[in-house]
Design a protein around this ligand. Sequence first.
Ligand SMILES: *Cc1c(COP(=O)(O)O)cnc(C)c1O
Length: 393
Amino acid sequence: MADLPDYRPETLAVRAGQERSQFNEHSEALYLTSSFVFDNAAQAARRFSGEEEGNVYSRFSNPTVTMFEERLAALEGAEDCVAFASGMAAIMATVMAHLKAGDHIVASSGLFGATVQLCNNILSRTGITTTFVSQTDPAAWEAAIRPETRLFFLETPSNPLTEIADIGLLAQIAHRRDILVAVDNCFCTPILQRPLELGADLVVHSATKYLDGQGRVLGGAVCGPRKLTEEVFKFLRTAGPTLSAFNAWVLVKGLETLRIRIEAQSANAARLAAWLEAHPKVARVFYPGLPSHPQYELARRQQKSGGGIVSFEVKGSRDQAWQVVDSCRLLSITANLGDVKTTITHPASTTHGRISPEARAAAGIGDGLLRIAVGLEAVEDLSADLERGLSLI
Ligand SMILES: *Cc1c(COP(=O)(O)O)cnc(C)c1O
């Protein structure tokens, strides 16, 4: 990225990272090839040793994947980015690159479900342990630190209750003890929040969500300074959870519309949240862009806007919540998020269904809670779709 002047994010989103071939194509090319040819034996040796830059084998180097990595790095304000086959692969690689048996993680209790499972069921088998603490209680993070703590892992806003972690404050606490801070920036994307500027060391992404934005492919990424991504890259090169060139090509084009999608989806979400908050059948709305959000001021400092995810509690329990879901004709009933098509899900029986009822209650995920990932449809059409079910309560 050294040759890019100080372009603004809008410009970087459509221009950064593009590498043209000898055909001088205007749009980014898709390089479907597993390996690359060398001019001679000496060049092959130089490429393999890393003495000469250039592509070798698509497990760890492919020009289309590189274009995606450079574009996302530019948007996050990162020196480097390493792409992965999925968000979970990116999270796994972050941990495997920087932690070893005996090390300890402090993580927010509201992490994405598969990340919690990764910590509890897989990393635990390698001798890496995790303590989960409240996202909103910095003192709890400090108190959870042990001599062997190596990583703070957070995700803000959280899913589905949109709790905000204070990235800058947690980074200060971590850095006093040489602990790394990784932020899952999936919900905000670099358009709304740039964790590295706030003090985080690494940013991880599920590119499957807003970066693609149209529900087509899986992908993931880790962004940060090269001294930290180098180890992440070595894990990718050896273990091979590689982003396919095709998916990278879809994601490169997805990044071009990221800003206008996120801004429009966030504006839609703000309007829908306000409508829900005024609705007589709605008990409570969770949205960082609403002044009623307990961390509204922090959210305003840390994020450009409230984002596209709105959760709310209906007046009632599971039956009433399911009634709202089942009355939807427009909203898609699916747990996916980040799509231009609005989705609705009942967390207690889907994404958080494997957690015990007691743990769910402790986490504040009630049976009447619904989560909406707002897309690009007209807000009036979305609210009319929800009204059908809400009016039955
Ligand atoms: C979906 C998601 C992930 C996992 O990403 P995949 O691409 O599905 O592997 C991680 N973190 C968050 C916040 C997510 O929403």
